[in-house]
Design a protein around this ligand. Structure first.
Ligand SMILES: O=C(O)Cc1cc(O)ccc1O
Ligand SMILES: [Fe+2]
Length: 452
């Protein structure tokens, strides 16, 4: 089903500030759900207000340089040491973690899948995570996993944190509500939510069943790319990132806390909601972003720029300029370049490209790449527009064209992506995907210099 955007960015004008969120990317935020709960001018008073416990959550080593130092102070009903603690290993379902090399015995190749239908059985955020690729090695904090997420049931008295990485959730169909230690985030199609490593949360449906794509980032957290000569504005503007205000639960009932740790899933019984943070401050917190607020910058004269121009968030690796992950989108925009082959060029790439489609049509693949589907163009495997797109792009009149109602994205990583058994054996795998290039015929004629 093609899900059309609920709103476009322009329609938001005049909607006002949403008081449930604080605006800004990576700010030092402060928020309290009860007046005076947040200590002022200090982090660790001898006794915190309301009988709260003070606790620090660090997302970077203590000694990280200021620009990458991430931590928050949480003032909570019980310290986390009282949130369970008798862990046992449990069934991880279809969750896989890198390294995971031997599940799929497929030769290399360009790959694509139709959308996998939403399963009928009850699936929560945990049981609904279906890993399709893994890359790098979570233990060395390098690489990523791409998951499909199917949610047909809310987590009830269940909570999760992921020690292996942060989750970037790209909503594709239906709405999701993330109740977190830091407050509540709601997203629908076209929006993303980032849950940093270690943050405890529960995911509920706020309507019908939902599906999403999830990137699990084992490395340093996502950040905004530098804009270089683009200057201070456009692309993803920091003010459009929204972090929730504090919201706490004071619920005493038997529950389960899950932890994804070292590629395994563990659980511990817990007698109360761990979402008991009454106030917090700091720069390590979940956030959401509406991808329709992205202001694309592109070719206004000729030629097709590299897709890095459309980077929303980037997660660095140890090598400058070589991202662990780039999260890139292909949003609504005008195509105006003249004497130009406008869709993506044919290319091979050291980076490995996982693509998904949130809604609409992707210009390089007008057929066979449908919302909810996904493709994988791994390291150095050639790809580019299908024959239909090539034909159209090479012959159509080059007047300005608006690419409307479309939103595709890419998780691009420096590490090769390995398929899971689930992805390899899926009946939505398109064995004949590469036939999309069959119609690209030989046009070369050494006796005819002018264009065909
Ligand atoms: O392969 C793709 O469709 C993604 C992509 C888009 C683009 O505009 C340039 C390069 C690229 O990898
Ligand atoms: Fe590509």
């Amino acid at each position: 089903m093609t899900v059309q955007p609920k709103i476009d960015a322009g329609a938001r004008t005049g909607a006002g500030i949403d008081p449930r969120y604080m605006s800004g990317f990576g700010n030092s935020f402060e928020t309290e759900a009860l007046p005076g709960a947040l200590p002022i001018g200090r982090n660790s008073p001898q006794k915190a207000a309301y009988g709260l416990y003070a606790e620090q959550l660090s997302g970077s080593p203590f000694t990280a340089p200021r620009s990458t130092n991430e931590r928050s102070w949480l003032y909570r009903i019980r310290p986390s040491v009282k949130h369970g603690g008798r862990w046992s290993k449990c069934d991880r379902g279809l969750i896989r973690t890198a390294p995971c090399r031997d599940e799929a015995d497929l030769p290399i190749g360009q790959m694509r899948w139709d959308p996998i239908p939403l399963p009928a059985e009850p699936l929560t955020f945990i049981t609904g995570l279906h890993t399709v690729t893994t890359a790098g090695d979570a233990d060395t904090q390098a690489g990523m996993a791409a998951h499909l997420l199917f949610v047909t049931a809310s987590m009830e008295r269940e909570y999760l944190f992921n020690a292996d990485g942060e989750y970037l959730v790209v909503a594709q169909e239906g709405a999701l509500r993330f109740a977190t230690e830091f407050g509540v985030i709601e997203i629908g199609p076209g929006e993303i939510c980032v849950i940093p490593r270690g943050v405890v949360f529960r995911v509920e449906l706020s309507g019908g069943p939902a599906r999403a794509y999830v990137c699990e980032n084992y490395g340093g957290g996502f950040t905004l790319p530098d804009r270089g000569p683009i200057g201070a504005n456009c692309l993803a503007n920091p003010r459009d990132f929204l972090t929730p205000i504090a919201a706490y639960e004071d619920i005493e009932e038997p529950s389960t806390l899950y932890a994804k740790w070292g590629g395994e899933l563990f659980s511990t019984p817990i007698g109360q909601s761990p979402l008991d943070v009454v106030a917090w401050h700091g720069n390590y917190a979940p956030y959401k972003y509406d991808l329709r607020h992205y202001s694309p910058v592109g070719a206004i004269s000729f030629d097709h720029p590299d897709p890095s121009i459309f980077t929303v968030l980037t997660a660095p690796s140890e090598t400058p300029g070589t991202a662990n992950i780039d999260f890139v989108i292909f949003p609504e925009r005008w195509a105006v370049a003249e004497n130009t082959f406008r869709p993506p060029w044919y290319h091979r790439n050291i980076m490995s490209e996982f693509m998904g489609l949130i809604y609409g049509v992707y210009d390089a693949k007008p057929e066979g790449f449908t919302p909810g589907g996904f493709s994988l163009h791994n390291m150095m495997l050639p790809h580019g527009p299908d024959a239909t797109a090539f034909e159209h792009a090479s012959t159509s009149e080059q007047k300005p064209v608006k690419l409307t109602g479309t939103l595709a994205f890419m998780f691009e990583t420096r590490f090769p992506q390995r398929l899971t058994g689930y992805a390899a054996r899926s009946s939505q795998f398109q064995p004949d995907y590469t036939a999309c290039w069959d119609g690209l015929k030989k046009r070369f004629d050494p006796n005819r210099r002018e264009a065909w």
